[in-house]
Ligand binder design. Sequence first.
Ligand code: ATP
Length: 220
Amino acid sequence: MAKKQYAVIGMGRFGFSVANALSGMGFDVLAIDSDEQRTQAVSNIVTHAVSADSTDEEALRALGIRNFEVVVVAIGEDIQSSILTTLILKDIGVETIIVKAQNELHGKVLQKIGADKVIYPERDMGMRVAHHLTSPNVLDYIEISDDYSILEMKVAKDMIGKNLRQLDVRARFGCNVMAIKHGTKMDISPYADAPLKEGDILVIVGEKMDLTKIELAYPK
Ligand code: ATP
């Protein structure tokens, strides 16, 4: 199967980091920025780096942007350019368009005009850090919709030696333990009667409010 081709528009910190990571994973990446200095900075990291204004439809067509399966629009501050670029990519017929939003309203507009995925890196990272700060057992917190999230938490002191049946998070908190990580192993159909060990990590899915209740119930 041919390697997927990615284009990233906007080489701010976020766009640069996406382009750099994709390149490191061995993918072909086209980096675009209207600022020549920014494209220069990324030129020896990605396959191609081009200075172009992404609100110029002809320029995007000339770059063959339609041939890229995934285009990431990482223009944050200039909301008008971000929206216009997304609209043009949609018109051109790019398969998957992923756009970074600056705020909720920006995100809503992007969704309305057909962005396939809208991401809020600052908001999401802020939320993850906050959950980690309030409960040291929380390793990760990933929002999957407006109401639901996935919580990764270390087995708390009070959980060690107990099993999932005894913890009964489904009845007590309305959440589901989807998996348990033991070191590098991931058990995706955890056995209800196996005692939890120190260092185990629970992967729990549930409503945000319910997940917060678990965090608060196991502060140590
Ligand atoms: P960061 O990820 O650093 O927080 P940001 O969200 O503040 O970035 P900006 O700095 O506004 O994003 O924009 C990111 C990049 O997008 C900049 O390098 C800018 O030159 C580029 N950019 C802005 N408008 C366009 C455009 N129309 N065409 C191409 N590149 C653009």
